[in-house]
Design a binder for this molecule. Sequence first.
Ligand code: G3P
Ligand code: CA
Length: 253
Amino acid sequence: MIQKLEQSQSLVIAGHRGFKSAYPENTLLSFKEALALGVGMLEFDLRLTKDGVVVVLHDETVDRTTNGTGPVGEYTLDELQNLDAGGWFDKAYAGLQVPTLDELCELLSDYPELLLNVEIKPSRTAREVTDQAIMTLEKFGHLSRCVFTSFDAAVLDYLYDAYGAKTQGFEAGAMSNFDHSENGTYSKMWAIAFPMKALTAEKVRAAQQKGLLAWGYCPDTAEEVAYAKSCGVTLVTCNDPRPALEAAGQLVK
Ligand code: G3P
Ligand code: CA
């Protein structure tokens, strides 16, 4: 199902960590609110707890997005879910929890057409996160609608070699463990994403000539969306998906 991105006629709009500009990122509320806008894809980040549970959280530590401190990997799931993952953003959202991948997968079951961009964050446990994520997404029947992203080329390698997964990477300079050889990282990438500050029409053309899908993140204003489209990207990942949805005539509310 994710293969339909190869043929998509209209711009595909993904919610970055849900609806990141208006809700606490990577929470179920943030994902629900992005879905209510009408996004065609959700992007989210995965890490592992101390007791080996895959959770949806961006940073290596809990400091920025919860009321706790220290590495995610030093928290058991119970301890992590006792932290407040919403109050840091606005006290109106105090009490939200860091979701597990299982909890997010349950929500996604209600949206069978939605595509998923699953980011495995670089860490010592990235391979374990990958194995568990694949198993969980398979268990819920979501695997065929996933593309997997990582800034660590070794993780993309593993996803491609062990699972034949569709992968999204970045320019060589933005990744660790990048292999420049002919059968290296680019040969295992299906899509490449450019941050707005690095996005140009020339780079998009060059990527497409290599056979890669070329995507942009995060155009959050009408002007940025227009620029991303003028560069030729076919998918945008947005902190605020409303301007892109509006421009595409896809905004639901
Ligand atoms: O697809 C690009 C997006 O995932 C960027 O990742 O982790 O910097 O939000 P991040
Ligand atoms: Ca991400």
